[in-house]
Design a protein around this ligand. Structure first.
Ligand code: UDP
Length: 481
């Protein structure tokens, strides 16, 4: 640990969604564990969640805290208390939400002026943190919450536009210039918006600030995707530090991530203890996506027909009591565990009874699955989730595709993306432990071991963080002179 003069003060400003806040809290913890001070900037309601997550860290002596900025939801026409995208239900609300985020720049600059941190880790969506930090001579690191692979894919799709050369949305194109042959379809990309709007502006700004900022923090480890780490840094010329898996630094408090689980951890563990090794499928679609009733029924029937034990995190679009087919819970009692709203995901994934994970391919979930050594059934929906699917199935080869080929935001109407027959087929295939699954499982377990080594002293992620901290300390000294 360094002296107080050497100690860095890091500001971390996550976008207010769980999938962005959770890894940012881990990063705050990580800097603090190396003898630095971490301050997480957030809005009042999100601060309550973050404070819960860091109580234990503060008790154990880490210099980590929360700084609150009010969120102008009412000012932009959002309902009071709308501070987290999980309360957004329409594209119009999304635009307003981002407008409110932009209004945080001024109070954020005030904090920079008052506290003069040595570095700002700003979420990809809070693009103005680059300019704000620059005003005060402070380096801003971008955090996308992704690994290298999707960053490379997005860059080359933007640069070469291969999707514009295919005739239909379902025609396969190859993403040019990448280390592997990566196949995608146009339907797996976010819909191109003919008219420029707030969201297209933000996307363009995200790409721009990736270049104009001090560098990029990447939630990945080198050994998982060496060709893409090299391509990103050397081929694309970006400055980046891979410091992940950040969730692995948090193993002591793995039960409380983001929100309090809606099931007792001990009950969950004892339920899993009663199952055979690698026999249970864990099913979850992340913190934002709410499945509609029609698709929900298909999943239920597919799972039931497979006969495979499962834990399923059910988050419905509305609180409809008909979300699950009638009698489903009775028929699957003992075989299936339904968790409504929020599961202790990392705790579940790390249990030896869990042998597969049906995931929407949000990067945190995907990476948590990888670091638990579990093969995946990929069911991407929106954001960069289809890119993550390709990493899992075409590069790492540790998963099977569910077959969904349609990019679809959680605000769009309910429809069947994957049928019950297909769900039964992929679940049976993954959980039958045939040669193919055993190969995937072996590769997943190898990745798990590599991930653990990467964050240990002397490991690749450990060393990258050391190099970054040293560089920031040199900057701090220079700034003082
Ligand atoms: N998560 C959880 N319990 C749940 C749902 C999600 O702990 O019931 C956590 C999960 O472990 C991950 C994050 O929430 O860390 C979700 O992030 P991800 O990138 O996977 O998807 P998003 O929610 O952003 O779509």
């Amino acid at each position: 640990m360094g002296s107080d003069a050497e100690k860095l003060h890091i500001f971390l400003f996550p976008f207010m969604a769980s999938g962005h806040m959770i890894p940012m809290i881990d990063i705050a913890r990580l800097f603090a564990a190396r003898g630095n001070k971490s301050t997480i900037i957030t809005t009042p309601l999100n601060a309550l969640l973050i404070q819960e997550s860091i109580n234990g860290d503060q008790k154990s002596g880490l210099d980590i805290g929360v700084q609150i900025i009010p969120f102008p939801s009412v000012e932009v026409g959002l309902p009071e208390g709308c501070e987290n995208p999980n309360t957004i239900t329409s594209p119009e609300m999304t635009v307003k939400f981002f407008e409110a985020c932009d209004m945080l720049q001024q109070p954020f600059e005030k904090l920079l002026e008052e506290q003069k941190p040595d570095c700002v880790v700003g979420d990809m969506f809070l693009t103005w943190t680059t300019d704000a930090a620059k005003k005060y001579g402070i380096p801003r690191l971008v955090f996308h919450g992704k690994c290298y692979f999707p960053l490379c894919v997005v860059e080359n799709i933007t640069r070469f536009a291969p999707h514009e050369k295919v005739e239909s949305d379902s025609d396969i194109f190859i993403v040019p210039g990448l280390p592997d042959r990566i196949e995608m379809t146009k339907s797996q990309l976010p819909p191109t918006r003919e008219n420029k709007n707030k969201m297209t502006d933000i996307q363009a700004k995200v790409l721009e600030t990736e270049v104009t900022s001090y560098g990029v923090l990447v939630n990945s480890f080198y050994e998982m995707e060496p060709a893409y780490a090299d391509y990103y840094k050397k081929g694309m010329g970006r400055r980046a530090w891979n410091i992940g898996p950040v969730s692995l630094y948090n193993r002591d408090s793995k039960a409380q991530r983001g929100q309090k689980a809606t099931i007792d951890d001990n009950y969950c563990i004892s339920w899993l203890n009663s199952k055979e090794t690698n026999s249970v499928l864990y099913v979850s679609f992340g913190s934002l996506y709410r499945i509609g009733t029609i698709q929900m029924h298909e999943i239920a029937m597919g799972l039931e027909a497979s006969g495979v034990p499962f834990i399923w995190v059910v988050r419905t679009k509305n609180d409809s009591e008909h979300a699950l087919p009638e009698g489903f819970e009775d028929r699957t009692q003992g075989k299936g565990l339904i968790i409504r709203e929020w599961a202790p995901q990392v705790l579940i994934l790390d249990h030896p009874a869990v042998g597969g994970f049906m995931t929407h391919c949000g990067w945190n979930s995907t990476f948590e699955g990888i670091t638990a050594g579990v093969p995946l059934i990929t069911w991407p929906l929106f954001a960069e989730q289809f890119h993550n699917e390709k990493l899992v199935t075409q590069v790492l080869k540790i998963g099977i595709e569910s077959g969904n080929k349609l990019w679809k935001s959680w605000m769009e109407p309910d429809s069947v993306l994957v049928t019950k027959e297909r769900i039964q087929e992929v679940v049976t295939q993954l959980m039958s432990n045939g040669i193919e699954t055993e190969d995937m499982r072996r590769r997943a377990k190898e990745l798990r071991e590599m991930a653990k080594r990467a964050i240990e002293k002397g490991g690749s992620s450990y060393n990258e963080l050391t190099a970054l901290i040293e560089e920031l300390k040199v900057n701090k000294q220079k700034f003082k002179q």
